[in-house]
Design a protein around this ligand. Structure first.
Ligand code: HEM
Length: 403
């Protein structure tokens, strides 16, 4: 198979259900392979690592997107996030990123630890109640979604009664991040975006009038400061991004992690006994089955090459494949939370390195060991169902029984 055949296969339901054999084939073609007319697919760890940091390459911002995807302007799901930090390049990126980072600090995240631990305990209590009498539970719904949504909403200042609305809205919106989107899904993505935008416009207005100690209030103040370094549109886009990025991916980290613990019972035992560290387990889940499988980079000036290939219209960076590069990882297809050479690329790298990496790790490090210790007899209670997605990889449902 050549690069085009591999990427075309990855885009089929079978390919996205299990992309790993296709990634292994891609590695045989080298760190980079040409695809379609004028693009590249990068799978080598070193190449992806370097491209994420290379100032000659950037994300598909509004100006560039208009050239290769002119219809994008008709879709709010695509235009809204184009005002966010995720989809802008220098110099706007550095301005926006430093403002968000100034309120979303490492200290603020570290201070959340007791609150995250308390939420974990509360959700485990709820699971114990719902799963008593050996009733099967869906782990995705009862825990994997609820923990991160509550944590990010607590941080943002979204009232408790509104939080569970977001599961479907975020799932609908994030379809628009996939490479191929059906027209009906696009309509649903636009409708979800409009609802989220309306929600955060209203919440920002409430916090403007009556500030609290939360991220929405802090970002509103930044936007309203005399030097107004964040426009209203950017404020809204980044609030929606923080919400959606804050739980979609972490939900999938928890789901992918539990599924792997079931498939490799020695690792679950290791977590219970301390032979496997929570941080080692989380890192290996991120490497082995990353919640974000790919991103892309475009050349910002003419004449650039990638490993000797003309950069053309840019490259898909297959993070999930780079994490299984045999040139970087010993036995890359073996799930081993005790490996020491990890540093997966699941959170990206360089200027766009995930702003929530510390928070996502904190949640997973606390949640999975607590879950396995609280329910030592936890077992699968039916076949898990994967979501039919390539970019954001996770389960739709993961049935479990507590005893
Ligand atoms: C397991 C969980 C997560 C994974 C795998 C993940 C993955 C990523 C990746 C790969 C990127 C870079 C995209 C690119 O370079 O094109 C990114 C960016 C970002 N993530 Fe995460 N993320 C996770 C959790 C979170 C959380 C919890 C938050 C917020 C609370 C968050 C907020 C962001 C933001 C704001 C960006 C954009 C940063 C920028 O463009 O400068 N993420 N994430």
């Amino acid at each position: 198979m050549d690069g085009t055949q591999i990427i075309d296969q990855l885009l089929t339901p079978e390919g996205s259900a299990d992309p790993y054999p296709l990634y292994a084939q891609a590695h045989r073609l080298g760190p980079v392979a040409p695809i379609w007319d004028d693009m590249l697919m990068a799978v080598g760890y070193r190449t992806v690592h370097r491209l994420l940091r290379d100032p000659g390459f950037g994300v598909a911002d509004a100006e560039r997107r208009e050239v290769f995807d002119p219809e994008y302007l008709e879709h709010s799901s695509r235009t809204l996030l184009s005002y966010s930090v995720l989809e802008v390049n220098a110099p706007d990126h550095a301005r926006m990123r430093s403002l968000i980072a100034s309120v979303f600090t490492a200290r603020r995240v570290a201070a959340l630890e007791p609150a995250v631990a308390a939420t974990v305990r509360r959700l485990l209590d709820e699971m114990a109640e719902l799963g008593s009498g050996s009733a099967a539970l869906d782990f995705m719904d009862t825990f994997a979604f609820r923990l991160p949504v509550n944590v990010i909403c607590e941080l943002l200042g979204v009232p408790e009664q509104d939080r569970y609305l977001f599961r479907t809205l975020a799932a609908d919106l994030t379809v628009s991040l996939e490479m191929i989107v059906e027209p009906d899904d696009m309509l649903a993505a636009d409708a979800a975006t409009d609802r989220l935008a309306a929600y955060f416009t209203e919440l920002a207005a409430r916090r403007r009038a009556d500030p609290r100690d939360d991220l929405v209030s802090a970002l509103v103040q930044v936007a309203d400061a005399a030097d107004a370094r964040l426009t209203d549109q950017e404020l809204l886009a980044n609030l929606v991004l923080l919400l959606v990025a804050g739980f979609e991916t972490t939900t999938n980290l928890l789901g992918n992690g539990l599924a792997l613990a079931f498939q490799h019972p020695w690792t679950a035992d290791g977590l219970r006994t301390g032979k496997v560290t929570p941080a080692g387990f989380t890192d290996e889940v991120l490497r082995y089955d990353s919640p974000v499988q790919l991103t892309s980079r475009l050349p910002l000036k003419p004449g650039l090459t990638i490993e000797g290939h003309p950069a053309g219209n840019g490259a898909f960076l297959l993070l999930g494949a780079a994490n299984r590069d045999p040139a970087r990882f010993v036995d890359p297809d073996v799930f081993d939370p005790t490996r020491t050479e990890s540093q997966p690329l699941s959170f990206g790298g360089g200027p766009h390195f995930c702003l929530g990496a510390q928070l996502a790790r904190l949640e997973a490090n606390l949640a999975l060991p607590a879950l396995l210790s609280r329910f030592p007899a936890l077992t699968p209670a039916g076949d898990p169902v994967r979501r039919d997605r390539l970019v954001l990889r996770g389960y739709q449902s993961l049935p479990v029984a507590l005893a």
